[in-house]
Design a protein around this ligand. Structure first.
Ligand code: HEM
Length: 393
């Protein structure tokens, strides 16, 4: 949609009209702005496609579908043309705001904060994410699930309770410098993949989309239900979290994990529950420098990280890369020095043992801790409630 709009080179006067409309509306508040934007999108969409389209755009329960069909069915009247041109100009302006940061009195809350939707709308987004999880059988082990889980963790894990910055709220990993931090290498893959879903549901904020993708991935890969809340608002490049807030996995010290997770408000038990996500996915030499999966079933949620960590004999791998460990028996599984610290540190080890022996308890504790991680620092609207999205399997 955005790129096709660029094809229309709008006359300057029409662009100004759009900009004027936008400034007036900005003063009325964020939701009005967004409803207007959604209406414009529908108008343009219907206008450009002659009132009918093959691709379904979910406009949710907010009533904007109504305005779209009203203008779309008019059949090309002069009002529809003017409204369409003004709308295109406004959208063009809105898009350039997104790229450049804030200006002209437009606040961050006005960008992508259209969270007044019902569970029906979010279930549609969930289903669309579930549909793309395994659409590229050649990608890694056949699922984007693990890397979606990592995207949401790196988006949320920048939170600091000291100054209340960072976290999943603003979806700032789209912007430089955050997108270029070493710890976020490779995360353009899930971000780009999820653009397909964002195009289908343009009203959802990036923070909501990425965290919902993670919840969907956990559930679709056989994990526990993770209740999820909507209400994150998109921010700008000026709100990027500082570098250095995510783990440096070459550091074998348990204190590193504690420093990072205590900064967000987690305790030891929760940290150990969260690291259990390493039963999923793998390391990539071109991303972190490490290589290989932690378990033999990297697309099935399980307590395998703990059982492998305790049950296998781990030897230093002989290779040219970063220091990592391989299992003596098959040499196909791996652990990083940071993973090994969960076995060495006696307070962490206590929970590793409990979760290795009690899968049910791990599932419950993971769900609670992961939900907390996805929500740290997010100022949800007062009426935001937990939603249980249904698995498609
Ligand atoms: C001490 C904390 C942590 C460290 C040091 C760490 C380190 C790493 C490293 C080095 C990778 C490999 C990246 C790559 O090469 O693609 C990775 C992947 C992954 N991490 Fe973590 N991580 C930590 C915490 C977490 C948490 C809290 C979660 C989620 C709850 C998580 C979920 C994942 C997943 C699912 C992958 C696989 C991604 C893929 O397959 O592309 N990690 N992690």
């Amino acid at each position: 949609m955005a790129s096709s709009l660029r094809i229309f080179r709008l006359p300057i006067a029409v662009q100004r009209l759009g900009k004027m409309t936008m400034s007036i509306n900005s003063r009325k508040g964020g939701m009005g702005f967004l409803r207007l934007r959604q209406s414009y999108l529908n108008i343009i969409h219907n206008f450009a496609s002659g009132g009918g389209t093959g691709e379904e755009k979910d406009t949710g329960a907010g009533g904007s579908r109504k305005s779209g069909s009203k203008y779309g069915s008019g059949g090309g009247g002069i009002w529809a043309i003017l409204a369409g041109a003004g709308g295109a100009a406004s959208y063009y302006y809105w898009e350039s705001l997104q790229e450049s940061g804030l200006s002209d009195g437009v606040t961050a809350e006005m960008l992508g904060c259209d969270c007044k939707r019902t569970i029906v709308s979010y279930q549609k987004v969930y289903n669309a994410i579930a549909k793309i999880l395994e659409e590229d059988p050649d990608y890694d082990d056949g699922s984007y699930g693990p890397v979606f889980i990592r995207l949401a963790w790196h988006s949320s894990g920048t939170y600091s309770k000291e100054d209340q910055t960072g976290g999943s709220n603003k979806g700032t990993m789209r912007f430089e410098p955050e997108s270029k931090y070493n710890s976020n290498k490779g995360l353009e893959i899930p971000r780009n993949k999820l653009e397909k879903v964002k195009e289908q549901f343009p009203w959802i904020s990036y923070g909501d989309l990425w965290t919902l993708a993670a919840v969907c991935s956990v559930q679709e890969m056989g994990g526990p239900t993770v209740p999820w809340k909507a209400g994150r608002c998109d921010g700008t490049s000026k709100e990027c979290a500082p570098d250095g807030r995510l783990p440096n996995c070459g550091d074998p010290c348990a204190q590193q994990a504690r420093d990072i997770f205590y900064r967000m408000g987690f305790e030891d038990k929760e940290i150990v529950a969260l690291i259990g996500a390493h039963a999923l996915g793998r390391c990539h030499v071109d991303r972190s420098g490490f290589d290989g999966p932690w378990t033999a079933s990297p697309t099935t949620f399980s307590n395998g990280f703990y059982t492998e960590l305790l049950g296998k004999t781990w030897k230093k791998r002989e290779w040219d890369g970063l220091k990592q460990y391989e299992d003596e028996e098959t040499k196909e599984l791996m652990m990083t020095p940071a993973d090994m610290s969960f076995k060495k540190d006696c307070k962490f080890r206590k929970w590793v043992k409990i979760y290795a022996e009690n899968d049910e308890m791990f599932r419950e504790d993971f769900s609670k801790a992961y939900k907390k991680l996805l929500e740290v620092g997010v100022p949800f609207p007062e009426d935001a409630t937990d939603m249980i999205l249904k698995s498609t399997k």
